[in-house]
Ligand binder design. Structure first.
Ligand SMILES: *[C@@H]1O[C@H](CO)[C@@H](O)[C@H](O)[C@H]1NC(C)=O
Ligand SMILES: *[C@@H]1O[C@H](CO)[C@@H](O)[C@H](O)[C@H]1NC(C)=O
Length: 488
């Protein structure tokens, strides 16, 4: 026997004493192809394949499309035969928890329908589908028959290549227990999507990623929804939210011309907002030389305002650099007041060398209950409008906005030990009121190029500085996350 085979055999003999149920659980973590391979090695395992409660079928593992084999009809045939035989071995009645089916080459729609129906008939609770029949011609139409009163499905993921319009049409579709729905890189009609949401009374988590909306307006309406993530949607002009139970909200993508918040997201705990605006348009906004541009953008940015008003009760807010710029531009250009974030406990801001901190003084004044302030990176674009938040430009009312906030904990990430950073830290410690109890400064994790801190002398002087600051300001200043072995 081949030595590698022999080793595998020995390994398997070690686990062979385990009871069948445990082995089945272990096999669940393997792809179905791997399970099939193990079943060649030992007879007992072949019988177990019949009871494995989780199937992960991925035709790329068989066909290696990158090698051009996918055109070979007999390989496709052997793949479909393989799936057929596994399902036949398992039968129509043994319980199945999970089916992940990824096919990019099987064009036989009836076969695919049959596999999905088999899984649903066996009470599958977790179903993930990615089926690409022919990219150019048509999408795979998910059959609504499969989903008529499917009372076991809890998690459904539908990815690229699948058309959900029949299912979304409502009709007989009923998924009373579905908690998680993921739509990834699919084309969707709003009306059908809205009808689908109505058929999901238990939905708690919705992820819409790279969805192309065929008609520009959509309302995400769900009374039960707790977590909503929207990533780079295409072709959307109006995005409305009617989600009264929402707790977590993440948005990343371009600014939709019209954000509408139908009901207050009153109980929102976490929100993350990332607007995908180019550096060019941010620069244009700061110093517009074109009235028309500003006018068009003005209309767009009113929408940003609606969104921030909608989430104003949030407790933890995470803002990306461009979002911060836009918040400021909105308040400056249209004389609108930033909403008050009266429940905000934690504000985290990611910094970028191309974006400014102009919105920080405004924001801090609007967050009376802020306890934690997190800065991911101290490097930002120095603008004359950065206000008094940083110490980049000497000014009269320096540190004024810091003086009025009640932050207890400040965290600074990405610290490299530069003189500039040290002076900014001193600035914060000087101007933040005495309620600041602790400042944690986290060392840049990605040590390339190497940070100044790896020099022992610099490291020592930073530590001394922090100790001195701690004494003076009665705030505990800590240097976090530096592995001692990295100091030379
Ligand atoms: C399917 O298999 C291919 C090739 O092994 C791999 O690149 C891909 O990530 C797999 N897809 C899934 C969804 O597991
Ligand atoms: C987004 O979806 C389209 C199909 O609608 C696809 O062609 C594209 O590769 C997807 N992009 C990403 C980043 O997933």
């Amino acid at each position: 026997m081949h030595p590698k085979r022999e080793r595998e055999r020995e390994k398997m003999d070690g686990v062979s004493n385990l009871p069948d149920e445990v082995l089945c659980q272990i096999l669940s973590f393997l792809t179905t192809k791997e399970v099939a391979l193990t079943s060649i090695l030992a007879k007992r395992w072949r019988n177990l394949l019949a009871f494995v409660p989780s199937l992960t079928i991925n035709d790329s593992e068989f066909l290696h499309p990158e090698e051009g084999k996918q055109d070979r009809q007999e390989i496709i045939q052997s793949f479909t035969d393989f799936v057929d035989s596994v399902l036949k071995l398992q039968g129509n009645s043994s319980p199945l928890n999970k089916l992940s089916l990824k096919c990019v080459t099987v064009a036989d729609k009836y076969r695919l329908d049959g596999w999905i129906s088999n899984a649903l008939g066996r009470g599958v609770s977790d179903l993930a589908l990615k089926i690409i029949i022919d990219d150019k011609v048509d999408n795979y139409q998910l059959s609504p028959k499969c989903f008529e009163c499917c009372s076991t499905l809890v998690r459904l993921k539908i990815a690229r290549g699948i058309d959900i319009s029949l299912v979304g049409g409502g009709g007989g579709v009923s998924l009373p227990l579905l908690k998680t729905l993921v739509l990834d890189s699919v084309w969707v009609r709003s009306k059908q999507f809205e009808a689908l949401l109505h058929a999901l009374p238990s939905l708690e988590e919705l992820l819409l990623s790279n969805v192309t909306w065929r008609d520009g307006e959509v309302t995400v309406s769900s009374a039960s929804l707790k977590t909503l993530t929207i990533k780079s949607s295409d072709w959307l002009s109006t995005l409305s939210f009617d989600t009264p139970s929402l707790l977590r909200f993440k948005y990343s993508g371009s600014i939709v011309t019209n954000f509408k918040v139908v009901v207050d997201m009153g109980d929102l705990v976490d929100a993350q907002i990332f607007f995908d605006e180019s550096h060019n348009s941010i620069m244009q906004l700061r110093e517009p030389d074109d009235e028309l541009f500003l006018y068009q953008k003005a209309i767009e940015y009113t929408s940003v305002w609606n969104l921030f008003h909608g989430i104003r009760n949030v407790q933890n807010l995470y803002l990306f650099p461009t979002t911060l710029e836009l918040l400021f531009t909105c308040s400056k250009s249209f004389y609108r007041k930033l909403p008050g974030f009266k429940n905000l406990k934690s504000l985290a801001v990611k910094s970028d060398k191309d974006c400014g901190w102009q919105a920080m003084p405004l924001l801090l004044r609007k967050c009376p209950r802020l306890e934690t302030l997190v800065l991911e990176g101290l490097m930002h674009d120095v603008t004359s409008m950065c206000g008094d938040f940083c110490d980049c430009i000497p000014r009269e009312r320096k540190g004024c906005s810091l003086g009025c906030c009640r932050v207890k904990l400040m965290k600074i990430y990405g610290f490299r030990g530069t003189v500039k950073e040290m002076s900014m830290i001193k600035h914060f410690l000087y101007y933040l009121p005495p309620c600041l109890e602790e400042m944690r400064v986290y060392v840049e994790e990605n040590n390339s190029p190497t940070t100044e801190l790896e020099n022992r002398e610099v490291y020592k002087s930073v530590l001394e500085m922090f100790q001195l600051c701690s004494k003076r300001s009665r705030c505990n200043v800590k240097l976090m996350g530096l592995k001692s072995k990295t100091i030379s």
